[in-house]
Design a protein around this ligand. Structure first.
Ligand SMILES: CC(C)[C@H](C(=O)O)[C@@H](O)C(=O)O
Ligand code: SF4
Length: 462
């Protein structure tokens, strides 16, 4: 009896070393601007790209979201990726390409990631692709060079963990809340060394966009990867995607994908289950995604935590400028950001727009769609107007203020309600204070100017 992860592992092992590490075949290799180190290694050894057809470059981390950049260092990062694509002959969705966007949004959207694939990228959030029943994981620069040169990667087999979500989510509660909830419960290293499979009725009930959000955050709970077994909803979602097989070939492939599941009696090395009845909209208060609590709670008190946790908590609260016992809904924000590979798909933008429609934001903010196709779709639906009429800035697609590499930053000391996945110190800019939450919760914070429960807005009482 095998788990979904065992099936993916077995299907990709080329050979196993005596020490247990296995050489694995890579079906899809994504590259972003950060790949320049790996290309330098390749060049130093006079090597080329073994399988350009399985390699796809996407400009995202450094792309400007508001017209051409004036910063030569930023421009050079994007140009280097373009140069490597041209030199090695792999596809590139670069500046101006109608398919450009954040790599973890673009791959699934284009049908470049498919169920059963082993997908790698020199980026930790490659776990996102697991939502499609693929095995996606982030690799380091040395491994990127190895994959470029050989289309293979060495890995040790992770242990297997299943996270089961029972029940149905309340309105206003979604994948982001499920993710932050389990990470708060198990800790930022709670799933360390494990391949996570998400299961249960609440996961099955998530649209594919929500599954992508859930798998995206796997890494923030320490997991090596996260995945959801394919089902009919996924197969419908994939049908007709540009790089997916088409027609009868798609139907045949889909029959195979339907078999990608854990056997009913398959054993996991660890199991945890959660009841949706206990999950409210979640926000983070600290400097790790595990520092998360329901919006109805107060800022925790280090005095009540274990000594080792207490000092880290106190430091986090100091950095965040928060007092123990302060109600989370009393925390004023300076700005908002909706974007990133976590929460900038069309469904995320619709959820935020539903809250913002007919309302004004009382703080400034930016909305950056996850890809250029998402941007076009949002504009066709008039969502851009809703954001602009609310007073937010509608910009181009890229990693943008999630990481600030393109210059979109939160100023020092400023507090940002953000739909992204990392609230580390300085993540959105030196001294920036980040509160993670769902896009609808970001929209609610924009309207009130403080961390806010989105649920009254959905009931028309906001
Ligand atoms: C810059 C990149 C390598 C990094 C990652 O590995 O995830 C970034 O995408 C992030 O989200 O922190
Ligand atoms: S959007 Fe943020 S989390 Fe996603 S790949 Fe870019 S920097 Fe990393």
């Amino acid at each position: 009896m095998r788990t979904l992860f065992d099936r993916l592992w077995d299907a990709h092992v080329i050979r196993t070393r005596d020490d247990g590490a296995a050489l694995l075949w890579v079906d899809r290799h994504y590259l972003h601007e950060g790949s320049h180190h790996a290309f330098a290694r390749l060049a130093a050894r006079g090597m080329g790209v073994a399988h350009p057809a399985l390699t796809v470059g996407v400009a995202d981390h450094y792309v400007p979201t508001r017209g051409p950049t004036t910063d030569p260092d930023i421009a050079r990062m994007v140009a280097t990726l373009e140069g490597n694509a041209a030199a090695h002959g792999f596809a590139l969705f670069g500046r101006g390409d109608p398919r450009q966007g954040i790599v973890h949004v673009v791959g699934p959207e284009q049908g470049l990631t498919l169920p059963g694939m082993l997908v790698v990228c020199g980026d930790s959030h490659t776990s996102t692709h697991g939502a499609l029943g693929a095995w996606g994981f982030g690799i380091g620069a040395t491994e990127v060079a190895h994959v470029l040169a050989t289309q293979t990667v060495w890995q040790r087999k992770p242990r297997r963990m299943r996270l089961t979500f029972h029940g149905t989510p309340a309105p206003g509660v979604g994948a982001k809340d499920m993710a932050l909830h389990w990470i708060a419960a198990l800790g930022a290293d709670g799933a360390r060394g494990h391949a996570v499979e998400y299961a249960g009725p609440a996961v099955r009930g998530l649209p594919v966009s929500g599954r992508l959000t859930l798998c995206n955050l796997s890494i923030e709970g320490g997991a090596r990867c996260g995945m959801v077994a394919p089902d009919a909803a996924l197969i419908d979602w994939l049908r007709g995607r540009p790089f997916a097989p088409q027609g009868a070939v798609f139907d045949r492939a889909a029959e195979g994908w339907a078999a990608l599941a854990s056997d009913p009696g398959a054993e996991f090395d660890a199991e945890h289950s959660f009841d949706m009845a206990g999950i409210a909209p979640v926000v983070t208060w600290g400097t790790s995604p595990e520092d998360a609590a329901p919006i109805t709670a107060s800022v925790p008190d280090p005095a009540r935590a274990t000594p080792e946790r207490a000092s880290r908590m106190a430091e986090a609260l100091d950095y965040m400028g928060l007092r123990p016992g302060q109600r989370l809904t009393d925390v004023a924000v300076d700005q908002v950001f909706i974007g990133s590979c976590t929460n900038a798909r069309i469904e995320d933008l619709r959820a935020a727009a539903a809250v913002l429609a007919g309302r004004r934001a009382v703080v400034p903010g930016m909305v950056s769609p996850g890809s250029t196709p998402v941007r076009r779709q949002a504009e066709a639906e008039g969502l851009d107007r809703i954001f602009v009429d609310a007073g937010l800035e509608w910009v181009g697609s890229g990693c943008s203020m999630c990481v600030g590499m393109n210059g979109d930053r939160v100023a020092p000391g400023m507090r940002c309600a953000s739909s992204t996945n990392r609230n580390f110190r300085g993540r959105q800019g030196p001294g920036a204070r980040t509160h993670l939450m769902s896009p609808a919760m970001v929209a609610a914070a924009a309207v009130t100017g403080h961390l806010s429960d989105v649920r009254p807005f959905l009931e028309g009482r906001g």
